[in-house]
Design a protein. Structure first.
Length: 132
């Protein structure tokens, strides 16, 4: 078992690709067709299991659990304990940190969009003043 400082380092490092993958699949344009298909299926499928399955591709929080499970499987990462309990603790800790990263990213993107909109409004106002 690794020292706790190394385990915590891995926690914050492994959460980065988890957040990146979960965010990209659930928000970015490259997966828009898949996401729109999944949204439709999550709303209109007849079976509850199908609706829930397709919903997980539209929610970054839900999807991050599956991405985290895959990362744990590939890396064999455990947190605090050397057995199945270490995998469970790692799953929830990685999901939590990855979702903090995604929340911070959303906040950053929202601020950038807000500043861009304010800039466009000022630019439009200046053009109107120049026309008069």
């Amino acid at each position: 078992m690794f020292p706790i400082s190394q385990q915590l380092s891995y926690l914050f490092i492994l959460a980065i690709p988890i957040a990146c993958i979960a965010w990209t699949v659930t928000h970015e344009e490259i997966f828009a067709e898949l996401r729109n298909y999944c949204k439709h299926k999550s709303k209109y499928s007849k079976r509850l299991v199908q609706r829930k399955f397709f919903y997980l591709f539209t929610c970054e929080y839900c999807f991050s659990f599956y991405v985290t499970a895959l990362v744990i499987l590939v890396t064999n990462y455990q947190l605090l304990y050397e057995n199945w309990r270490g995998y469970i603790v790692a799953e929830f800790a990685l999901v939590w940190v990855a979702n903090i990263y995604m929340s911070l990213f959303l906040l950053l993107r929202t601020n950038i969009k807000k500043e861009k909109l304010e800039s466009n409004i000022k630019e439009t106002d200046l053009k109107k003043e120049e026309d008069f």
